[in-house]
Design a protein. Structure first.
Length: 395
């Protein structure tokens, strides 16, 4: 089946890349992602991964090179973080619009300004509507598994995939990770079939060409249908993944949500802390459930709605700010529940920005605030920012 070894999140993604056998990798270093591509480069240098590695002069060039390889019908990989992902923005749309099933590791890092090396989800959330599947890992095992899972799902629906891990909180935290045997991965993830349309000097063609407004709309509609199909294919891929590796994944993971007074909705490494706090509070007789969202794109509206309609109130924790509105996870949750007569009140909390520790005390404070907000009504005019420094100074 494999072996269990100690890996941090970056190394776990790199192991997933090795096992997935991409033939082309291009990258530019940026904290906290750099160890991913360093380890992948070592695999290539040692012959453990038979692939071409290109060290480019920028993240924009890295994704451009990967797009070129994907256009030639080659399974490809890159990784980045923070401002590096922002620099890729133009090519993020090229990759998805051309339906290239690239996998990109993201060690989430806050976007400037102010400048930060630390984590929040502002970088990947800035790309949330660009047509990539986005999977958020809670732990290092998921970081490895989602690379393999992402290639399989992405290649079925012909869409690129971001595998997101919280920078430093997960990218540099070491856990025991089951690394499967190569044979098992090969049985789950067959060699990449490049389809009918790919670059070939014998048969010249163009990609990403200027098009009419009518054709543009039709192409984007096909892109939309592919995202819809990704949700349909997710459980099928998950079932095969479980049969092969013994671990099951779903677009959402619900725990003790039926009849809960409060359900905590989270993304990424915060999900583990939320589950820990909820378990402790249940032992004290409080009805607290959790809902971890794994697939932020495509967003699993139906599963979220069906789960949260059984709760009394919902607290959505966003690790990105949504300035001028509210957190993006909260917007999606409210959209899923909109118009249902039995929809619970949903309250948005912003926390853990720029690497601030989103610890159990923060989540306990969120839980304690929900009843007061519920008494005030079912709506917030704006998100509540938790654990601000001035709050501590006032105490």
């Amino acid at each position: 089946m494999g072996k269990k070894i100690a890996l941090d999140g970056n190394a776990a993604i790199a192991e997933g890349v090795r096992l997935s056998r991409p033939r082309f990798v291009a990258a530019y270093p940026i904290t906290p992602q750099t160890p991913i591509v360093e380890r992948v480069a070592d695999f290539i240098a040692s012959g453990e991964l038979k692939a071409k590695y290109v060290a480019t002069e920028s993240e924009h060039s890295a994704l451009t090179a990967v797009v070129g390889a994907a256009a030639a019908g080659i399974r490809s990989f890159t990784a980045t973080a923070g401002a590096g992902l922002a620099l890729m923005h133009e090519i993020v749309g090229v990759a998805s619009g051309n339906r290239f099933p690239i996998v990109m590791g993201i060690s989430n890092r806050a976007l400037p300004s102010p400048w930060s090396l630390q984590t929040d989800h502002s970088d990947s959330m800035a790309e949330r509507d660009m047509g990539w599947i986005q999977l958020y890992a809670e732990n290092c095992q998921e970081a490895l598994d989602f690379v393999i899972f992402g290639y399989r799902l992405g290649e079925i629906v012909r869409l690129p995939v971001m595998v997101c891990i919280d920078g430093f909180f997960l990218s540099h935290s070491v856990e025991g990770v089951n690394v499967p045997d190569q044979g098992l991965v090969d049985s789950f993830l067959p060699p990449y079939e490049r389809g009918e349309n790919f670059l070939d000097p014998e048969y010249p063609m163009t990609l990403n060409q200027l098009t009419s407004a009518v054709m543009f709309t039709e192409i984007k509609y096909q892109h939309k249908k592919a995202m819809d199909r990704a949700l349909e294919e997710f459980p099928k891929v998950a079932s095969e993944f479980e049969k092969t590796f013994g671990r099951f994944y779903s677009p959402v993971e619900a725990k003790d949500t039926d009849g809960a007074d409060i359900v905590l909705v989270t993304l990424g490494s915060t999900s583990g802390t939320a589950k820990y706090v909820a378990r402790n509070l249940r032992q004290q007789g409080k009805k607290i459930g959790t809902l971890k969202v794994t697939s932020f794109r495509p967003f699993p509206k139906k599963q979220v709605r069906e789960t949260l309609l059984r709760a009394k109130t919902v607290a959505v924790i966003d690790r990105s700010w949504g300035l001028g509105s509210e957190g993006p996870l909260s917007l999606e949750v409210k959209g899923a529940l909109y118009g249902h007569p039995s929809a619970p009140a949903v309250f948005n909390f912003v926390a853990g920005l720029g690497g601030r520790d989103l610890h159990e005390g923060t989540i306990e404070k969120i839980v304690s605030r929900v009843p007061d907000l519920g008494l005030a009504g079912t709506h917030q005019d704006s998100p509540e920012w938790i654990d601000l420094q001035e709050e501590k100074n006032d105490e």
